[in-house]
Structure formats: C-alpha cells, structure tokens
Design a protein around this ligand. Structure first.
Ligand code: GLU
Length: 509
C-alpha cells in the first residue's frame, strides 16, 4: 500500500485563522493514524499579498499546538524546498507542456481589455462575466490570433499569461471523501490563469504540480477550495497524472456562535474571543488581534476544541489528548455541514484541562503571575492555595482574582454582604475570638477549629452568627474556600491583624 502523505499548504498572507489550524490538525491526525507523513508547504506565489512575518507565525502556531510536520521549510525532506517561491523555476515547464498539448493557451489581453469584457457581459447579462470556453473566442489569445502573430508577440516579450483551456462540454466528476460525488458542468468553469506575466505560477498550477511531485495522497482542506477542485481534476488529467491524483476531502466551515455564516475576525472582536491561535500584530496597521495562547488557553485545550469542530468520535467522550485524537480520528466522522463555534464551551474545555494539570505545575504558572504583582511567596504556600482555588477558575489569569486575599489584606469590604451579616454584636464576638486565637501556640486548622467551636459553645452563638463576619474580615467578601484553611495559610498574626482592622473599618448596622 502506498504511504499516506498529506500536506498543509498555507499562504503567508496574514495570521492563520483557527479554521486553518483545524485544517492542519485534521491533516496531521489523518496522517499519524495511518502511519503516514504530514508536510508543511508554504504557498507564497502571490507576491502582492505576501506578508513576511506570516510564515514565522504559521510555524510558531503549529508548534504551539503540538502539530509537528515531518517535512517543511525548516525540515528538509526528499522534496526540498517546501517554499514555493524557492521552487519557482519548476513550474514553467508544466505550463508550457499544457500549452503544447493544447490544454492551455497564451492570452495577451490587457487589464483594460479584460475590464471592458467584464462590463460588456454585465450589461448584456449573458451569464457569468468570466474568461471561459464561451468568451475566450472574443479575446486576444493564441486561440484567436494567428500562430505567426502569437510567436511575434512572444518574441517581442509582450506581457501575457497562460490560461487553462476548459472543455466546452461534458462534466467534471470528483469523489470527495466527505461530500461524496461532486459534479460540475465543464462549460461553467473559468479559464483560470495558470502562469502569470511575472514568471510565477498561480495557486492552481503550483498547488497541483507540488502535490504531484511531493507524492501527496490526500488533499484535506477547507470547503472554500471546493469550487477549485474540478479545475484541479482537469489539471491532473491534462498533465497525464490522473492515476496519481490524490483523494479530496473538503472540510466544513467554522460558523459563528449563532450559526449564521462563517466565523470571522470581526466576530471574535465583537463577542470577545480570539479567532487566531497566537496574538497577531498587523505589520501594516499596528493593529493587534488576540490569540488563544495569550488569552490563557492551554494548547491541549485549544487542540481539543478544534478537533470537535467538524468531527465527532461517535461516543460521549469529549476530552481527548493528541494521542487519543490520533487513535480516534477518521474522515468518515467529519460532518458535511458547518460547525458552530461555542465560546462558552471553549472556556469549559480550558477549565477541564486546568483541573487535569498537576498542581505543582499550575502553581509555577501562578507564581509567575504573582511575581508580576510583586508578590514572592513560598512555593509550598502557592501550591496549597492553587489546590484550593483551581476548581473555581477557567484560566490561570483568573487565579489572582480568587486568591488575592491570601497576599493582600482587604482594603474594601463587600457592602451588600456586610449589611446582611455584620451585626451589632459582630465586632465584640470577633475581638474576643481574635484574643483567643492570639493565644494559640500552634496555629493549625485543628486548633483554630477548636477555638472557634469553644467560643460558639460558651457564648451560645451559632456558626451563622460568627463565620460570615469572620470571612468578611479576612477575605473582604462573602466568598472563598474553606475559612479555617484560609486562616492557617494566612497565619496567626495576619488573621488577628485583619480581624482588628475590620472591626475598626466596617460600620455596624
Ligand atoms: N494555499 C492554499 C491556502 O492558502 C492551499 C489550499 C489547498 O490546500 O489546496 O489555503
């Protein structure tokens, strides 16, 4: 059996959208499941849209996700180079071969002439204003000009392009692994430019030639390329490569959270979630777009989110490691219809991964945050705190909000809570408790608990009268984890100090 070889072939025209990362991921999973190769090929033939930092961004994004390529621009393989601009000299011969075999032709139309054709067709409403098997007979090309004139023009170095000559009749049929049979009437196809005046191939030619030369067995890509697929099938046929043609699989679109239309950069800005894997700074405008990495997502969570946007395992299982995804993935379970992106679910996934992280590792991340806030606590203390609060957060950057009171005494007290729970006898009770706590030799959870119990018993005041006020004094609010544990972590001096301070500052109702 031939070895499976797939490729992710981004154009470095800007940051990679999360849909692009999903395409890369599905290619990777498919290849690894079959013991095949995953290639990264940079399709940079469109010089006008080229953005220098985009390639680096693409490589960094995939690396962050743990999507490793076997061959690529930085990882030489049998078909090096993997950047199309560096393969430039390779494509012309195929364009010429097509012209010689009558499957392509030279076209000399100027931009003004093309524009005039478009206008004329639009006003006559005779169909799609495109260069195709109907309109090419009216244009300036090697099908309408004499051989002598064509040669003359070529010798003179007149600007020209090479276009594919699509058939006037018949159907182009392709079997898509996700969509099934796709049929197109050949006469509706555009005579796309294959080779440009600047000596560069267009996407269509370069893409097909490279897939052939690099022995690609499956082309897995976004649905937006489905309209180009019949043209690619024709190219394989015309170049005599039909037997080697890869199988096609066009992935469903990623849809907006409300399901209406394609997920776009603007939805992210509007609804407050990233659409890019990493933060991106537009080199032209300086505008910054947020990224999953910088927003605090773990790469494992991001990958898991993407995996389930268009594919389902057929079971209830939702969290998958990369290894599990490789085992479970199949194109048969990729859906035809668009996948709705749910930002709430995305946060839920990060929550799941945060719970799974080992507490020490999480504490290290939290320590970094604390450092930035000029707190340098003992690691052991941070590990304990992390264990206590991790269930309450989706992201590491939310930990501070949950744990700030461990590091800074409250400066304000939740007014609403105080109104309800800070009673006339609260100060007196708390001060007496503070005195008793101050006398403890060992400030442990057990001793704290015993002290509080003893006070409640002796004074006849229940926990409902004591604990909320105590919490307000120590935390500044009515929320937080177990109070006795908080007290042990804060330490005797700090607890006593906070109680006495709160008694001074919180007005009695
Ligand atoms: N360069 C194309 C892109 O930017 C590749 C499409 C394909 O995979 O054929 O997505």
């Amino acid at each position: 059996m031939t070895k499976v070889r797939v490729r992710f072939a981004p154009s470095p025209t800007g940051p990679l959208h999360m849909g692009g990362v999903r395409t890369a991921l599905y290619n990777y999973l498919f290849a690894k499941k079959q013991g095949g190769d995953f290639l990264l090929r940079i399709e940079d033939t469109d010089q006008n849209r080229f953005i220098p930092s985009a390639e680096e961004y693409i490589l960094e994004s995939l690396s962050w996700c743990g999507i490793h390529w076997d061959e690529g621009p930085d990882r030489p393989g049998p078909y090096t180079p993997y950047r199309q601009s560096e393969r430039k000299n390779l494509y012309r011969q195929y364009a010429l071969q097509l012209a010689e075999s009558g499957h392509a032709y030279y076209a000399f139309d100027t931009p003004e002439e093309l524009e005039a054709m478009r206008k004329k067709m639009e006003s006559e409403k005779t169909g799609n204003p495109q260069y195709d098997s109907h309109t090419r007979t009216l244009m300036k090309n090697s099908l309408t000009l004499s051989e002598k004139e064509v040669n003359q023009r070529l010798e003179n170095g007149e600007p020209h392009v090479i276009r594919i000559k699509t058939p006037e009749t018949g159907e182009v049929v392709l079997e898509d692994l996700i969509r099934g049979t796709v049929r197109v009437n050949a006469s509706l196809l555009d005579d796309k430019v294959l080779f440009k005046g600047d000596g560069m191939p267009t996407y269509h030619l370069a893409n097909v030639v490279d897939d052939y030369l690099m022995k690609i067995t499956h082309v897995i890509r976004g649905e937006e390329w489905l309209p180009s697929a019949p043209l690619h099938v024709l190219l394989y046929r015309f170049l005599g490569w039909e037997k080697e043609m890869p199988r096609f699989a066009h992935l469903p679109l990623l849809l907006k959270p409300d399901g209406n239309g394609k997920l776009s950069k603007r939805d992210g800005d509007r609804l407050g979630f990233p659409v890019f894997p990493l933060q991106w700074k537009d080199p032209a405008t300086g505008e910054t777009s947020s990224g999953y990495r910088e927003s605090g997502y773990f790469p494992e969570a991001f990958v898991n989110i993407l995996a389930l946007l268009g594919w389902n395992p057929g079971t209830e299982k939702e969290t998958f490691s990369m290894k599990e995804l490789v085992e479970a993935f199949s194109l048969e379970r990729v859906s035809k219809s668009g996948a709705r992106f749910d930002p709430e679910k995305a946060r839920w996934f990060n929550h799941q991964y945060l719970q799974k992280k080992n507490t020490e590792e999480l504490a290290e991340l939290f320590l970094e945050e604390l450092k930035e806030r000029d707190h340098f606590p003992h690691k052991e203390k941070v590990i304990r705190i992390t264990e206590m609060i991790k269930e309450r957060v989706n992201f590491v950057h939310e930990m501070w909000e949950q744990a700030a009171f461990f590091f800074e005494a409250p400066t304000t007290y939740d007014e609403k809570f105080a109104k309800k729970r800070w009673r006339s006898d609260t100060p007196e009770n708390l001060l007496l408790i503070a005195d008793r706590l101050e006398n403890l030799e060992v400030f442990s959870i057990d001793n704290i608990e015993n002290t509080l119990h003893a006070y409640m018993e002796e004074s006849g005041k229940g926990a409902g009268k004591i604990m909320p006020g105590l919490r307000l004094a120590l935390v500044g609010a009515g929320i937080g984890p177990d109070l006795k544990e908080i007290m042990e972590i804060l330490g005797k001096e700090e607890v006593v100090k906070r109680i006495r301070k709160a008694v001074q500052e919180i007005p009695v109702n």
